[in-house]
Design a protein around this ligand. Sequence first.
Ligand code: HEM
Ligand SMILES: CC(C)=CCC/C(C)=C/CC/C(C)=C/COP(=O)(O)OP(=O)(O)O
Length: 321
Amino acid sequence: MSKIQIENNAVNQRIRFDPLIVGSNVRDWFLLLKPRVISLVVFTGIVGIILAPGYANPFISLISIICICLASGGAGAINMWYDQDIDRVMNRTITRPLPSGRVQSSDALIYGVTVSIISVILMFLATNFFASFILAFSIFYYSVIYTVWLKRSTPQNIVIGGAAGAFPPLIGWISVTGQIQLFPIILFLIVFFWTPPHFWSLSLYACKDYGRAGIPMLPVVKGARHTRWQIFIYTILLAIVSLLPVYFHFTHSVYMVAALILNVGFMFMSICVLLEKQDHSGKSLRSDKAARWSFRFSLIYLFFLFLALIIDHYIYDLWGV
Ligand code: HEM
Ligand SMILES: CC(C)=CCC/C(C)=C/CC/C(C)=C/COP(=O)(O)OP(=O)(O)O
């Protein structure tokens, strides 16, 4: 039996014995929204709301947060609808509601589009036109520009497509102030430069999956060695961008210390990824352990960096320490 056959059998076994497959309707509709990704996306949006100057009505802020949740989820469902053909060939995604046949294709599309439209209308009614426009644009960016166009056509898909996930802090800020300022643009840039090391770490160990699905992710097209260098370069760029709030005096020492520690941690991870032993084809000899850690650390990095922004804000700007 070939290696691919063995892998496919393992996947089939997993589908057959997955206890969640029968009678899991509500859970499937929930999973279509990519809830775990939403949690961090929404957190960055909440930080945008908290940092924005002026009075943020708690009820309106709650609606804005729900709107970012729905927009990100709706776009995620459209992404899963469009990608069901490739999700069917990848081990990581084969148990998702669409490839496993638990949700009908057209139902998923209607669901994704409806949830997205509701989010934009609700944002417009609760806040302002500008915030709802950027929200609509970010849904379009993720579900059409990234998913339909970039993902299958260029190894730079993540770099350009990364902008989709960087909008939420900007949207949160605009929902309060109605305008764009330098600080939320820096928050946008932080998530933008964070996305390549976040995703490419994962793509290093999910490379076979993407190769089988014919998706031109960086390690598939340019090899692991090139991807490891790119992760390293983007981690340096991220470190620089993450210190811009300190440079422009938007934040104080709490954020500065947190950012320095987190950047040292991420640099260390990316150096481990870079140094992980490879053979001459650039393939890792140690099952990409460092890349797995780097992916996990990317999530820790973004969460604590944005948490530090809030703590710094409360300590210095609100309590006047
Ligand atoms: C275009 C940009 C991005 C790409 C291509 C990307 C890609 C991915 C992929 C492929 C996964 C694995 C998902 C899975 O196994 O189901 C993942 C996980 C994750 N991503 Fe991203 N990501 C992007 C942006 C973001 C952003 C902006 C955030 C949050 C601010 C984020 C947060 C997360 C989280 C929290 C997980 C872990 C989910 C879990 O534990 O299952 N990602 N990302
Ligand atoms: C407000 C708003 C619309 C926010 C969007 C947030 C956003 C773009 C998040 C990106 C999240 C993500 C999991 C991308 C996965 O890429 P993929 O689809 O290539 O991954 P997959 O292979 O796991 O499906």
